[in-house]
Ligand binder design. Sequence first.
Ligand code: AMP
Ligand code: MG
Length: 475
Amino acid sequence: MSHPSNPFLNLNYEPAIESLADYHDVVTAAEFPMHKLRWRNDDILPVLGLNPSQVSDDDFIEAFGHFQAVHPFLALRYHGYQFGEYNPQLGDGRGFIYGQVRGIDGELYDFGTKGSGRTPYSRSADGRLTLKGGVREIIASEALHRMGVKTSRCLSLVETGEDLWRGDEPSPTRSSVMVRFSRSHIRFGNFERLRWIRRADLTRQLLDHVLQIYYPQFWGKENQDGIFYLELVQRVATLCAQWMAAGFCHAVLNTDNMSITGESFDYGPFAFIPNYDPRFTAAYFDHAGRYSYANQPAACYWNLEKLQDPLSMVMDKDDMQASLLKFKDFYRVAYCEMMLKRLGFATLSEPETEDLIGATLELLSGVQAIGYNQFFVKLRQSFQTNWREDASNIFAKHDWEITDEQLPLLEKWRVVYHQLLIRQPIAELENIAQQLQQSNPTIIFLRPKIEEIWERITVDDDWQPLYDAIAKLKE
Ligand code: AMP
Ligand code: MG
């Protein structure tokens, strides 16, 4: 069965991680009883130099359902700290690198599978992905991408016709296989494994690989390792700030879910927070709230600190610790930038920034009836040039249930926002309206919304609500 005309089989693949021994096992893909293409991400195709109209659904199914390919499949070897406990028995248990490909932007990307069958790391599990899990990962990554978060995307989702049994879904439940498009699948945990097996030589080699491919600007520079770690601290702090501003709770910030490129990926029991509640926890099994919404910066910091253990086999630990101390500042800068944008501003002075974000969080934590993301949607939809004329025009019509005691919080917000507007030239108001539109998609994927989309799929096999919801992100 050779299909030389399939554009996915003729891409510019580069056997990057494949060219190194010791970091992977060659595996095979499962054979599935059914192949129905449920999602194709045409937005990604141009990055691969492909025109969506020239890529058929069958091309997707051949490559990412039947797994025809031009390179061996590689299950990566990794360990990780899961909820603070070291686990040396991880690794790609239900996925592999299908191939690595050079995009037209010059960057190297991974096609990584999820749900493609058992591997030496599956332990007692089935190597499969539930269809609902696939749908949820599409939603998380598309929504985050739209909100300016650096994230992996789903290239394809194929339904595969098996019955799966899961404790967290009514079972039997439907099966699927996903192909994820990301910068890298090298995790902090890939380095942690190398410390466990005491291999400084392999650590050096993997670090060189990461530098050459993902941090080429530092490769060969004096103190390349130190600047790499500092850059990683900044990237992870920035990513975390992006989640926080988006109101996103990842739920499983284990070190095996942290990418060495500082990109967000691997979406399991994630949730968007319904309202501003720092203690919100997304995973039902996270009893201690280790990965609650507000603990995410601390969890990312902890993960970066743990990464120093393997890296210190080849680089200076004190230097890394000094870089890590900058996490807080990097985080703050990125968080303010994201929040200002969501509030309509490209930049403001430091005191203005403090005032505006402070008043916003006070309002959103004090009035739980105003949903977190709903607030930003309402801001986008209500903003008018007459807000600059009088503070009372601001949110003049709203349907929030606000008690008399809570009213001062809204009043304060109005005053702060109004003061900022009158300091802007009138011509700037158009830019604010545009910024609000750019940073605040009108569709919010709270859990009931996702369940509603899933319900249509399970009850009537109706996929249109999913496609419509994703399309709405473009507005
Ligand atoms: P996750 O919670 O998805 O980040 O996965 C944690 C670990 O469990 C990784 O090693 C996964 O490969 C593995 N894993 C999760 N689900 C399955 C499954 N259904 N079959 C095999 N391995 C799995
Ligand atoms: Mg994972």
